[in-house]
Design a protein around this ligand. Structure first.
Ligand code: C2E
Ligand code: MG
Ligand code: MG
Ligand code: MG
Length: 284
């Protein structure tokens, strides 16, 4: 407690801030170096269609393989990458790596699936974003409809008019578009109607209690209803139990993503799943 140290409270705080700033600086340096050394990897989490039980896409999730600290989760470095602008280079690496992996799976004779990539606001709002993503697709000779761009709800609502134009441009090119973490931001349903998105990803926090809490169940059901009234797909994030799955199936949610079916996997493990497809039909 700062106050108890007499007149030194202020200094105590600023020392703590110094340490924090120092740590952030250190991490920023590490991050810069990691980009040069190629210390990032993508893991892929399958998305499963409830009606067929089949994998109908996957989401690429970045991890940092740090020399001393081991695998670092994106929540621990994406915010810093955004602040420092490194997200531009990192985001481009993610797109390129996802495309490279798509082609590698194709070369192995696996059935193609859509790959979803998460975008940051700062990356998406770069003036040359559309051009740079198209350059990458041409480089790998991939049809844009295999790429699903995930934008968070809070990010699109920051500047909805500008975003609506950008989304229309991307849709026109042929990308699939998903609204991530849906329900945690403040969407205007009127804007939502104008965004040419294909899929609402219902945030995990809405899925958590659907099997045990009537209000949570009713809210989740309504969110699925919103997606369907917009004429788009609903996918539930963070599905961990058969009970949640059964409830979502009953509400006619289109797809699920979560530990119940699979955690995010290294590329080879996802390839093994694609090579030996067994429809997912959990019973409760
Ligand atoms: P997100 O896009 O909402 O991704 C879903 C997160 O939920 C992932 O965490 C995933 O591993 C986790 N998850 C999936 N199923 C379950 C489940 O059943 N239970 C639980 N408890 N968690 C589950 P992860 O990989 O740590 O990523 C966290 C966030 O970091 C992502 O949230 C996304 O916003 C961001 N992120 C990840 N990769 C990238 C990237 O390449 N670029 C950008 N800009 N952001 C990224
Ligand atoms: Mg996502
Ligand atoms: Mg999400
Ligand atoms: Mg989420």
């Amino acid at each position: 407690q700062a106050k108890k140290q007499g007149g030194n409270g202020f200094q105590f705080c600023s020392e703590e801030m110094d340490t924090r700033a120092h740590k952030a600086l250190e991490l920023e340096g590490d991050l810069r170096q990691a980009l040069q050394l190629g210390s990032f990897v993508l893991h892929y989490q399958p998305k499963v269609k409830i009606a067929s039980g089949k994998i109908d896409g996957c989401e690429a999730l970045v991890r940092w393989n740090h020399p001393d600290k081991g695998m670092i989760s994106p929540d621990d470095f994406i915010p810093l990458a955004e602040e420092t602008g490194l997200i531009i280079a990192l985001g481009e690496w993610v797109l390129r790596e996802a495309c490279r992996q798509f082609k590698a799976w194709q070369a192995q004779g696996l059935p193609p699936i859509k790959i979803a990539v998460n975008l940051s606001a700062r990356q998406f709002l770069q003036s040359d974003f559309v051009e740079s993503i198209q350059t990458i697709l041409h480089e790998f000779d991939i049809d844009p409809h295999w790429l699903d761009l995930e934008l968070t709800e809070s990010m699109v609502m920051e500047d909805p008019d500008r975003i609506a134009k950008l989304l229309a441009e991307l849709k026109q090119i042929g990308f699939a578009l998903s609204l991530d973490d849906f329900g945690t931001g403040y969407s205007s349903l009127n804007y939502l109607r104008r965004f040419p998105i294909d899929c609402l990803k219902i945030d995990r926090s809405f899925i958590l209690d659907v099997a045990s809490d009537a209000t949570a169940a009713s809210v989740a059901n309504s969110v699925i209803g919103i997606a369907h009234s917009l004429g788009i797909h609903a996918i539930a994030e963070g599905v961990e139990t058969r009970e949640q799955y059964a409830f979502l199936a009953m509400c006619e949610c289109d797809s699920i993503q979560g530990y119940l079916f699979s955690k995010p996997l290294p590329a080879n493990d996802l390839a093994a799943l694609l090579a030996n497809p067994t429809p997912f039909k959990p019973t409760t």
